[in-house]
Ligand binder design. Structure first.
Ligand SMILES: Cc1cc2nc3c(=O)[nH]c(=O)nc-3n(C[C@H](O)[C@H](O)[C@H](O)COP(=O)(O)OP(=O)(O)OC[C@H]3O[C@@H](n4cnc5c(N)ncnc54)[C@H](O)[C@@H]3O)c2cc1C
Length: 244
């Protein structure tokens, strides 16, 4: 079984977000990069499937040189090899075009993405890859089992669970519960150094440009009111917060 896992490298969740160049660009100075958490789950499940059925797990990342430390972590966790498309990722369509172009040549049985990247939260890449490759795509999957050329998938729906069957090849996006992320051990870290990390040029041209980012309005400070002063609370809710 040949599985491709799409790895998005995102800022650590504690990152202080600021913008530069007239608020048109995210300021990457001092940012710690991590593997998108949903992609970690996708990677683990891919490894479990190849352990069960044999096969290979390749990761693909659209990103510049600074993403390689995170890609090496995926190799340390157990991926067989990795591909980096040497381009700054700018939007979901560009990322999907790059991944689809590679997958079209290499032909995978399964393509896994995360449910969303935790930076731009588009939730689009899986569906776009499916469309570009003309294969089924299923979003927010919590479980996958394979029988021959059929995949049985589970998804949470409002108040219940949906079970689907799809032929493979297919692309899916992983939701929480898909698997538990694995922590690389020392042996894996050493092995990762000699695993192939192929860097390829971009094929697609990007069509989006970002005009401006705005920070959300800063939250006001907390006002402490003594327990005896119920009248003041009512006054503030009425005149200041205007909720009563
Ligand atoms: C420094 C920097 C600046 C960026 N600036 C912008 C920006 O201004 N606007 C913007 O939209 N995006 C920007 N991105 C790119 C962003 O991180 C995403 O890669 C891209 O926008 C797709 O995001 P999405 O939210 O639509 O992905 P989603 O559809 O939410 O992602 C779902 C899944 O697709 C896969 N995926 C997503 N991105 C990649 C990737 N790059 N490589 C491999 N697999 C991937 C992952 O499996 C992910 O879990 C920037 C990235 C970096 C590193």
């Amino acid at each position: 079984m040949k599985i491709l896992v799409c790895l998005s490298v995102v800022p650590d969740t504690t990152t202080k977000i600021t913008f530069v160049e007239g608020d048109t660009k995210f300021n990457t100075a001092g940012v710690t990069w991590i593997m998108n958490p949903y992609d970690e789950m996708a990677l683990t499940r891919a490894l479990e499937l190849t352990e069960q059925y044999t096969g290979t797990v390749t990761t693909i990342t659209v990103g510049l040189l600074e993403t390689e430390a995170v890609i090496r972590k995926a190799l340390a966790v157990g991926a067989s090899d990795a591909v980096r498309v040497d381009a700054a990722p700018l939007d979901a369509m560009q990322v999907a075009n790059e991944i689809a172009a590679y997958a079209r040549i290499e032909k995978y049985d399964l393509i896994f993405t995360g449910r969303e990247s935790i930076d731009y939260n588009g939730g689009l890449v899986a569906g776009l890859i499916g469309e570009l490759l003309e294969i089924p795509s299923v979003n927010v999957v919590t479980k996958i089992e394979i029988q021959g050329t059929t995949a049985t998938l589970e998804r949470d729906i409002d108040g219940g669970r949906e079970v689907l069957e799809s032929s493979i090849p297919l692309v899916l996006s992983a939701q929480k519960e898909f698997s538990e992320p694995r922590i690389p051990n020392m042996r894996g870290i050493m092995a990762a150094r000699s695993k192939p990390l192929k860097v390829i040029g971009a094929v697609a041209t990007n069509t989006t440009s970002f005009v401006q980012y705005e920070m959300p309005v800063a939250k006001q400070g907390v006002k402490m009111i003594s327990a005896e002063n119920a009248g003041e609370i009512i006054g503030l809710l009425h005149h200041e917060a205007k909720v009563i």
